[in-house]
Design a protein around this ligand. Structure first.
Ligand code: CP3
Length: 345
């Protein structure tokens, strides 16, 4: 598999002339240009997700502004949950009016046969973007990992420990499994639909996977993530699996079978690589709050991370989690410039 994009080459552990870089949550509130488009028409965040013209526009903004090497589809991990029959709102954090608690709730969840029809705005945005980019940068599609989606569906909103889901998981495994099987199948159809529409890479976000101990991760998360990844039409499409706070269970994360492992800043790249081996690419892992530091501090941190990677192929520079809404855009621009300049061959 060969590609002209540094980002795709790095996903396949092929040599590159400079390290590719993008930022998780690179489209969003830290950009005044995003806020301007979001305000147009006075609609909500979900209205923006469902408007292909404006969603495509905010996907392109960080490519023009930051010079990032890859674009990520503008949407949310929770948008495909709406057609499963759950009412979703953002205030600005996600809220489900009717959280899943009982066997009847799980039975009532729909797994749409045709995700291209169920969330028709998603393939519409992807198709627009492929035309707009015309080979300039590759497009990353994405979804939530089954466990992270279940966290929100069962709790009904964000939480520190997602106790409602953990209670279900520990006290009624058959119910937990029935829910996870439905989510995994929806996710499989949803991500394959994105690939079919033109997504060139898929990132699976497991924001809450690090809440579990390694033995619980192996039992309650890994089988579903693995089944999801096994079910993707991944021919020529790299799969990135990002588990926040996953640095202490990299042997297990590797078993998911993803091509790339996303790392947060609690683990060093060299130590992670020693566990993951040379056949898996890594993506990460600057602490997002370093973007509040002076420019020369950011440059030293970029250099440190590049040094930890030691020039090995299969490295994509990113933040260790999403960019924070109060970061000045100039700092993100500076970070991308440092990665490109300091890694040039
Ligand atoms: O630029 C990009 O990365 C693409 C767009 C994107 C959004 N959400 C847009 C968004 C992506 C990839 C996501 C993923 C997402 N959404 C995750 C996984 C990644 C992570 O950050 O851990 C999670 C857990 C969610 C759920 C979610 N959506 C939360 C918790 C919130 C509220 C707080 C926040 O982080 O902003 C959202 C809302 C949301 N999703 C916004 C954006 C731009 C803010 C909405 C606004 O404009 O007010």
């Amino acid at each position: 598999m060969t590609s002209e994009y540094n980002f795709i080459k790095a996903c396949w552990c092929q040599p590159v002339d400079q390290v590719p870089v993008w930022l998780m949550r690179q489209a969003g509130r830290y950009l005044p240009q995003y806020k301007a488009v979001r305000a147009q028409g006075g609609g909500t965040f979900l209205d923006l997700c469902k408007d292909p013209a404006r969603a495509a526009e905010v996907t392109i903004q960080p490519i023009d502004i930051l010079n990032a090497d890859a674009a990520i589809l503008f949407s949310d991990i929770l948008t495909p949950i709406e057609p499963m029959g759950m009412e979703l709102d953002f205030v600005p954090g996600p809220v489900f009016a009717n959280p899943i608690r009982t066997a009847d709730d799980v039975d009532a969840l729909t797994v749409p046969e045709d995700m291209a029809q169920a969330v028709s705005y998603v393939p519409a945005i992807i198709k627009r973007l492929r035309v707009a980019f015309e080979g300039r940068v590759p497009l990353i599609g994405f979804g939530g990992a089954p466990f992270t989606l279940a966290c929100y569906m069962v709790e009904g909103k964000g939480s520190k420990d997602f106790a409602s889901l953990k209670q279900m998981m520990y006290s009624d495994f058959p119910l937990y499994d029935a829910l996870m099987q439905k989510i995994t199948e929806m996710d499989r159809r949803y991500l394959n639909m994105q690939i079919e529409a033109g997504a060139q890479t898929i990132q699976i976000f497991d924001t809450w996977g690090g809440l579990l101990s390694p033995q619980d991760f192996e039992r309650y998360i890994l089988p579903y993530t693995k089944k999801l990844i096994d079910g993707l039409n991944r021919d020529g499409i790299p799969i990135i699996y990002f588990v926040r706070n996953g640095g202490t269970m990299l042997e297990l994360i590797k078993q998911s079978g993803s091509d790339v492992v996303g790392l947060d800043w609690h683990v060093n790249i060299d130590k992670a690589r020693a566990i993951l081996g040379a056949d898996v690419a890594v993506q990460g892992n600057l602490d997002p709050t370093v973007l509040y530091a002076p420019d020369d501090y950011i440059e030293r941190e970029v250099q440190r991370i590049l040094d930890e990677n030691g020039g090995q192929p299969g490295f994509i520079f990113n933040l260790g989690h999403g960019i924070l809404p109060t970061v000045p855009p100039a700092k993100a621009i500076h970070m991308v410039e440092c990665v490109h300049r300091l890694s040039q061959k």
